[in-house]
Design a protein around this ligand. Structure first.
Ligand SMILES: O=C(O)CCC(=O)C(=O)O
Ligand SMILES: [Fe+2]
Length: 329
C-alpha cells in the first residue's frame, strides 16, 4: 500500500538566508523529495513550512466563528448564482436526515463553505458586512497572503525538482488567481457516513496547479492509492503539517509525470459520540495560473527529438478550465 510522504521543508527555506553549496544541495534534496511524492501519489505532507501553527489555529478559530453565525447572517454573503463565481457563502446539501434515537437532532447538511480570493473584475469577493463578524475579512486576507508566500516556495521547489529555473512557475501564478475556501462539515450520523446515505465530500481531483490543505484534528480525508485504484488510504491529520496536492492542470503540464489523485472525505476515525461524528473543519487554498498562460508540457518531461512523447497539445489555462467545466456540467 502506498503512503503519503512527509517532507521537512525547513532546509528549503533556510537556503535563502544561508546560500552556500551545502545549503543548495539540501534545497535540491527537498525539491526532489516533493517531486518524488508528486510522481508517486500526487500528495505530500510538508512540515516546517514557515507558517506558524498559531496562525493556522487562528484561522480555524475565525472559520468556526463564521460558521457559528446564524444562517441568515451567513446568507448576507451569498455565493453568486453563476457556477464559475467561486465566492461567498454556500449552504450545500439541504437534505436533512432524521437520526433514530436522537429526538431533537437531525443529520444536517453535509458541508457548508465560504470562498474568497483576491478581488478581480471577473470574480469580485462577496463579504458579509463587517459588523456581522468584525475582523473576518482582514483575517481571511491575511491568511490568503501567507498561503501565497508558501505557494511560491512550493512552486520554486517543483521547478527545481525538474531542474528548471526556480522561477519557472512564478510569473504565471500571481496572487490574484487563487481561492481560499473555508469548509465546515457539521456533525452527522456515523452510520449514514459509513453507509453512504450522507457524504462529506465525494471523490474528486482538484482542477488546477496545486492545493494547500489545512485540516483540523478530526480526520476523514482519504486519498486513492495509485497502486490500487478504488482503494483509499487515510490522510490523517499531522500536527503542524500542511497537505499539498497536485491538480489536473499540473498533471497535464508535467506530461503526466505528476499525478493528480482522487481524494474524498468520509467518516472520520475519531470516535463518534452517541453515533454522531464530530464536526470537521478544513481550509483548502487553490493555486492556479493566469488564464492566458500557455500550458505546454514542461522541458524534461518529454523527448524533444520525439515530439510524440508529448501527450498533450499546448492549451491556455483559461481554455483548459472552460473545457473542464463543460465536461462536468
Ligand atoms: O475537506 C477536505 O479535507 C478536502 C477538501 C477538498 O478536497 C476540496 O475542497 O477540494
Ligand atoms: Fe480537493
Amino acid at each position: 500500500m502506498s503512503s503519503i510522504p512527509v517532507v521537512d521543508f525547513a532546509p528549503f527555506l533556510a537556503s535563502k538566508t544561508t546560500p552556500n553549496d551545502e545549503s543548495e544541495q539540501q534545497k535540491q534534496a527537498v525539491a526532489a523529495a516533493i517531486l518524488d511524492s508528486f510522481k508517486r501519489i500526487g500528495f505530500v505532507y510538508l512540515v516546517n513550512h514557515g507558517m506558524a501553527q498559531s496562525e493556522i489555529d487562528e484561522m480555524f478559530a475565525v472559520s468556526k466563528s463564521f460558521f457559528a453565525l446564524p444562517l441568515e447572517t451567513k446568507l448576507l454573503a451569498p455565493r453568486p448564482a453563476a457556477k464559475t463565481h467561486h465566492r461567498g457563502y454556500s449552504e450545500l446539501g439541504r437534505e436533512k436526515v432524521t437520526q433514530p434515537g436522537d429526538t431533537d437532532a437531525y443529520v444536517p447538511d453535509t458541508k457548508e463553505s465560504f470562498e474568497c480570493g483576491a478581488d478581480n473584475d471577473a470574480m469580485p469577493n462577496v463579504w458579509p458586512p463587517e459588523e456581522a463578524l468584525p475582523g473576518f475579512r482582514a483575517a481571511c486576507d491575511a491568511f490568503y497572503a501567507r498561503c501565497y508566500e508558501l505557494e511560491q516556495n512550493i512552486l520554486r521547489a517543483i521547478a527545481l525538482g525538474f531542474r528548471l529555473p526556480e522561477d519557472y512557475f512564478l510569473a504565471s501564478h500571481p496572487p490574484q488567481q487563487n481561492q481560499l475556501r473555508l469548509l465546515h462539515y457539521p456533525p452527522v450520523s456515523q452510520a449514514s457516513l459509513e453507509e453512504g446515505t450522507a457524504r462529506r465530500m465525494v471523490a474528486h481531483t482538484d482542477f488546477i496547479t496545486i492545493t494547500l490543505l489545512f485540516q483540523d484534528d478530526v480526520g476523514g480525508l482519504e486519498v486513492e492509492d495509485p497502486a490500487q485504484p478504488g482503494v483509499y488510504i487515510a490522510a490523517q491529520p499531522i500536527p503542524g503539517a500542511v497537505i499539498v496536492n497536485a491538480g489536473d492542470l499540473l498533471k497535464r503540464w508535467s506530461n503526466d509525470v505528476i499525478k493528480s489523485t482522487k481524494h474524498r472525505v468520509r467518516a472520520p476515525p475519531t470516535a463518534a459520540k452517541d453515533g454522531v461524528t464530530p464536526a470537521r473543519y478544513s481550509i483548502p487554498y487553490f493555486c492556479g495560473p493566469l488564464p492566458d498562460t500557455v500550458v505546454d508540457c514542461m522541458p524534461g518531461t518529454f523527448d524533444p527529438s520525439q515530439l510524440e512523447t508529448k501527450r498533450y497539445a499546448p492549451i491556455t489555462a483559461g481554455d483548459y478550465v472552460m473545457h473542464r467545466l463543460a465536461d462536468s456540467y
